[in-house]
Design a protein around this ligand. Sequence first.
Ligand SMILES: CC(C)(COP(=O)(O)OP(=O)(O)OC[C@H]1O[C@@H](n2cnc3c(N)ncnc32)[C@H](O)[C@@H]1OP(=O)(O)O)[C@@H](O)C(=O)NCCC(=O)NCCS
Length: 170
Amino acid sequence: MEQRYSRESRCYKTSRIFPTDVNNHNTLFGGKLMAYIDDIASIAATKHCRRAVVTASTDSVDFLQPIRPSDSVCLESFVTWTGRTSVEVFVKVIKEDLLTGERIVAATSFLTFVALDQNRHPVPVPKVMPESEEEFKLYETAPHRAEMRRIRREESKKFADYLTVVHPWD
Ligand SMILES: CC(C)(COP(=O)(O)OP(=O)(O)OC[C@H]1O[C@@H](n2cnc3c(N)ncnc32)[C@H](O)[C@@H]1OP(=O)(O)O)[C@@H](O)C(=O)NCCC(=O)NCCS
């Protein structure tokens, strides 16, 4: 089985915060940041697999700090762990005050992508190899997150069975 280093999937994206990007608190709109996160995570997953991938789940997006128009926002993504046909991608969001240079981790997220073949069936992915201390920490803690995801997926499936698909106007 092919193997790739975490660094081979690493991506960065830095943006300014424009008036159309903010919410009514004049901080970066959460939905905008979530779109950036899914975008950059899917690039890391595709670089690792060198195949089409789909987002299977987002564990959570933890908004730790507000991001203001005077900040830049830098997202970093890389593959942290691999299952058989799925990859876990970590996204770190760093805000930088452009006038002082102060940098703070403003958000983090873990996402899972599944590699698909031409018939859109899941296919095996290359294993990932961590190198840096941060990559090892994320790699070693991944099996626990994967197990939590497995449990949540089972619960989500059961929950969906209870939900109606009838609209009020039907
Ligand atoms: C994700 C998807 C391809 C999985 O297909 P499936 O036939 O259920 O596949 P499997 O049950 O064999 O699971 C394949 C892998 O996906 C993982 N997986 C599936 N659903 C998952 C979830 N909700 N969270 C995390 N991992 C998930 C499985 O653990 C498995 O990983 P592994 O091979 O590394 O062990 C399918 O559910 C799908 O197409 N979902 C919609 C995806 C989509 O449209 N994304 C865009 C969002 S708008």
